[in-house]
Design a protein around this ligand. Structure first.
Ligand SMILES: [Zn+2]
Length: 288
């Protein structure tokens, strides 16, 4: 589809979605389908992220802004040379404990944006994160839907059903699945005392495949320069250097993050970056 036609298509999808909230429109015209296996989950997540990136590039910024869309990509500068790790979509039997081990090795902490449904299956993993010290368990919705595809009542249910993930006496943090914000849920989470956390740096771990490569089309969408198309670590380090720090988006369910986390942390420390938490005072201006 030519860009001009795609722009029209995307705008009409967006406008339609305001009156018919369950409308699903993707950049390719295909609807991401519900999945069961981990492999299908990864494929579905990739589709939703690509949809986000295509719509971001194709719809007029003023239209997006009026619908509170894509506010998760933080435009303002982070605290200089400070980074904060965030891990989404857990807890997982394959990832949570290992990530905690790496964090402990370097004496750093992170925020885990958990999916309520998974947390209810693995309460022991949630407890491990809480017991690790300063690591924060945060709300990433109950079942990880695309909030642009569901009506306001379901958005509300997704947030409130996962509210018990938050820890008493710690800040309440919410992150939209796929970063897909809406005006109605912005208002809801603020009413319930949450701050919304986006990211300065998308690791694009959802787009790099298990061989550590990313295909050219997805690399362009995700802003991965050609020289890093076979180099997940190189991409993350370059992106952090380019933003001079920031909140980093990673996912527990993607193998590159698990395989390369130790290397990334060690490299960032060697590069002079200091690890903090999104809850630190100097990251406050980055939250909404
Ligand atoms: Zn997610």
């Amino acid at each position: 589809m030519k860009p001009s036609r795609y722009r029209q298509h995307a705008v009409s999808c967006l406008l339609l979605a305001t009156t018919l909230a369950a409308t699903v429109c993707t950049a390719t015209g295909q609807t991401p389908s519900p999945t069961t296996s981990a492999q299908d989950e990864t494929a579905s997540i990739r589709q939703h992220h690509l949809k986000r990136l295509h719509e971001r590039l194709s719809v007029e910024p003023a239209v997006l802004e009026s619908h509170c869309r894509y506010e998760s990509e933080i435009a303002t500068a982070p605290p200089l040379n400070r980074v904060a790790l965030t891990f989404d979509d857990g807890p997982t039997t394959s990832g949570t404990a290992y990530i905690l081990e790496v964090l402990k090795k370097y004496n750093i902490h992170a925020t885990f944006f958990m999916v309520g449904e998974k947390a209810s299956q693995y309460p022991e993993l949630v407890a491990q994160v809480r017991a690790a010290g300063h690591d924060v368990v945060a709300n990433h919705s109950w079942s990880h839907p695309n909030f642009h595809d569901i009506d306001v009542a379901r958005q509300t249910g997704e947030v409130l059903r996962a509210d018990s993930l938050t820890t008493p006496d710690l800040p309440k943090l919410f992150r939209y699945p796929y970063g897909n914000s809406t005006c109605e849920t912005n208002q809801l989470v603020h009413q319930h005392g949450y701050q919304i956390v986006g990211w300065h740096v998308d690791s694009c771990d959802w787009a790099f495949d298990k061989t550590g490569a990313i295909d050219t089309r997805e690399a362009i969408s995700c802003g991965v320069p050609r020289q890093y198309q076979n180099d997940y670590v190189g991409h993350v380090l370059a992106a952090v250097r380019s933003r001079r720090g920031g909140i980093i988006l990673m996912h527990e369910i993607h193998p590159n993050t698990l395989k390369k986390l130790d290397t990334i942390v060690a490299s960032l420390l060697a590069g002079g970056f200091e690890f903090g938490m999104v809850t630190d005072k100097d990251f406050q201006p980055s939250l909404r």
